[in-house]
Design a protein around this ligand. Sequence first.
Ligand SMILES: [Zn+2]
Ligand SMILES: [Zn+2]
Length: 290
Amino acid sequence: MEILNVFFNSFWSTVNWTIDSITFQVPWYTNYFWGLILISVAVWGLEILFPWRKTQPIFRNDFWIDGFYMFFNFFIFSIAISGIYDVLFLFYNSFGFSLQSLAVINLKNFPLAIQLIVFFIILDFVQWITHILLHKYSFLWQFHKVHHSVKEMGFAAHMRYHWMENILYKPLKTLSIMILGGFEPEQAFIVHFVAITIGHLNHANIKLSWGPMKFILNNPIMHLQHHAYNVPKGKFGVNFGISLSLWDYLFKTNYVPEVQANTKLGFPGDDKFPKKFISQLGYGFKKPTD
Ligand SMILES: [Zn+2]
Ligand SMILES: [Zn+2]
């Protein structure tokens, strides 16, 4: 009974939170629904005003499907999965595990700015590791192919990814929060909004390098190479950075040959990759044929 209660409580609170966000019933700074739309319109505006690939249409290939992915991954998926996550937490708690069990750093006593920066850096690092695993292991790569099936790059491609990625990123993200003693700074929404903005920019059709900051911040030039059809010889991928490029430079997985706006994107065999959202939804579970 308790399990069912936890499941439905969590499910309905996520449904209600989403409805409240759409109807402006939540504090504006935690409104991810309209926040996501605002960031998207702003970055799309930059693409229209300062396009890097001048011949790319404003409504590029797959613009609408990627736009749909954005809402699917951010809202529809979280509604679908929220109950399951809370039941899992209940299960772990019954074994005495909690978000506090692995606490290494006690962030609570640090100034707010430090809390947010540490939270941002740790979260980004574990996502960088997860992203490498998605490329390294072929059963994980099957799911990650959805993200790499984009042939014309624009901001919305940021959230074009298989729903399984939400699940695959979860363990390391949770682990990092456990290391921080289960502590998410109250203002963590700032970190999330910054990460969404950087992610949108990384996929945008604008030529932005951040100058000398490029060794720290990921950018559209670097990330376009991550999506390149041809991977440098002997590597399974390059430029795995999410928000920060720092990890790629530190661990020598960086690769920025020269600025090539029209780099061919995708992966060998992508001509046979399903084009429709509904077929991509179930992709990755069957044994790969290629
Ligand atoms: Zn990737
Ligand atoms: Zn990408």
